[in-house]
Structure formats: C-alpha cells, structure tokens
Design a binder for this molecule. Sequence first.
Ligand code: A3P
Length: 285
Amino acid sequence: MEVTETFAGMSLPGYLHTQESLRFASSFQFRDTDVVIATYPKSGTTWMQEILTLIRSKGDLEPAKTIPNWARAPWLEHTYFKDMLQETGEPRLITTHLPCQVLAPALRKSKAKVIYMARNPKDIAVSFYHFHKMAKFLPDPGSFEDFLIRFLDGTVQYGSWFDHIKGWLSLQAELGLFYITYEDMQKELGRSVEQLAGWLGCPLQPEAIRAIQQHCSFSSMRENEMVNYTLIPCEIMDHRQGQFMRKGTVGDWRDHFTPRQNMLFHKIYQEEMQDSSLCFRWLMD
Ligand code: A3P
C-alpha cells in the first residue's frame, strides 16, 4: 500500500493524498463561518475534532454517538473526504495537517477561524513512531533511533515539525489564530473547552462543559469506536500492532529517549527555533 506523494517539498502518504486532492485543498474556498483545525500529526487532532463537534452541538452528545470523527470534521487534503466537506453541519469543521504556506492564500480570502493545536515534539515523535507501526499507509519506521533522526531532519511524512509550527504561528496575528497545546488541555480540559467555546462565539453552560469534559476524557475516547479508529480495517490500520488511542499522556518521551537522544533533540530544537518567539514551556515535561 505504501506509495508516497510529494507536495510543497514534503512527502505524504499516497494512499490518503493525490496531487488532485492536494490541489483541491490548496485552492479551497473557505466560508467565513468555517473553523479549521490545523495540526502536525499526533498533536491531538482527534481530541480537538471531538471537542469542537460537541461545542458546535452545545454539549449535545448525540451527533458524536453515531457519526465517526472524520465525517464530522473532515480532512481537507484527503482524497476520500471531499464530498463530506460539503455535507458537514454549520459551522463546518475542517481538519488539516498541511503547512501554512499551502493554505494561507486560500485562508486570507475568508474570515474562517483557525485553531492551531501544538504538542511537545518529543511526545509527537514517540506517538508518530508507534503510529507508523500500525498505519499501513506509512513507511516502516525502522528503529526509534533512525526514526528520531528523520523526525529531526524533517524527512518524515508531513515534513518538519519545526517548519510546521513556525509557519502557522507566523500567521497568528494575521489570521487571528487560536493557539492551544495538548499539554494545556491535559492540565485543565474544562477550562480549555470553555476558552475554545468562548473564542468560537458559542459560550456553554457549566453542565455542557462537564458533559464534554467527561465524553472527551482519554479513557472515554479510547473505548469510543466513533473516534478510536477501530472501524478502520486492519489492512489500513493494523490494530494488532497497537492502538490509535495509545497512551494519551504528557511526557511519554521519557520512556523512549536516551540521554544522548534528548541532548541531540535539544541542540536541534535550539537551532531550529532560535528565530522564533515561541516559548514552548512543556519541552522538559
Ligand atoms: P499517544 O500516541 O501519545 O497516545 P492525533 O489525533 O493528532 O493523531 O493524535 C493522537 C494522539 O492523541 C495519541 O497520542 C492519542 O492517544 C492522543 N489522544 C487522543 N485523544 C486523547 C484524549 N482524549 N486525551 C489525551 N490524549 C488523546
């Protein structure tokens, strides 16, 4: 299954994306009411899709009980979800891993709201490594050591984490982008939901926030087949190799990184982020 597409200088899984689907994404006509979830893979995208679905329904859990997350917040650049983008409810929730330079021209033509969700890149590297083992549309990751080198080089699929976050955050003021981290959400999920709802102009009652918080806990989402990807057949995601909802923790990198890998990570992080004003306070957690 593994075929690679190249687009905007990065490799992407050809099973999910074609040149046509990528061109469709880059010239997409956003509506002013659209809400775009932009993430680098493994940053908690599915979590954000679930939360925003429930904010849209004002805490009503029903739509999330029967419709998988990818149909409620479809992927912009995926071959399969093009039609769903036209059918999803209002406001449309649209998900993307694409870098900002691909989408910025289209986004600038609308008042669509953009949420950028970030996560400690060390935990992303670990999560992405495990995901490569189960996702048949991604290449065999080899050893964690080899994978980490490619992650730091930016030669993994979906390109460099550093370029992704720097690019999107460079548009923060221009696009009025809402920046939130996986770690913030882990710490205070209820508060994050409240902030997101307020920013989206859909303030919620405390009981709705509590319902969303409960529904979106890791233990609840792990058992929920509308979000845990167990509906996807094993030829595409091999569930015998691991779970999509794997650990859901902050700091799993500590169980994977050697001290030498950690030092290398920090060295490259400093070099890559030296011109960025981003202070990612979770790096050591
Ligand atoms: P781990 O592999 O570290 O467990 P994405 O949706 O962007 O692919 O991200 C997947 C990561 O988010 C996985 O991380 C997954 O377990 C985690 N995740 C998904 N839902 C979560 C939740 N409700 N709470 C905490 N982590 C969650």
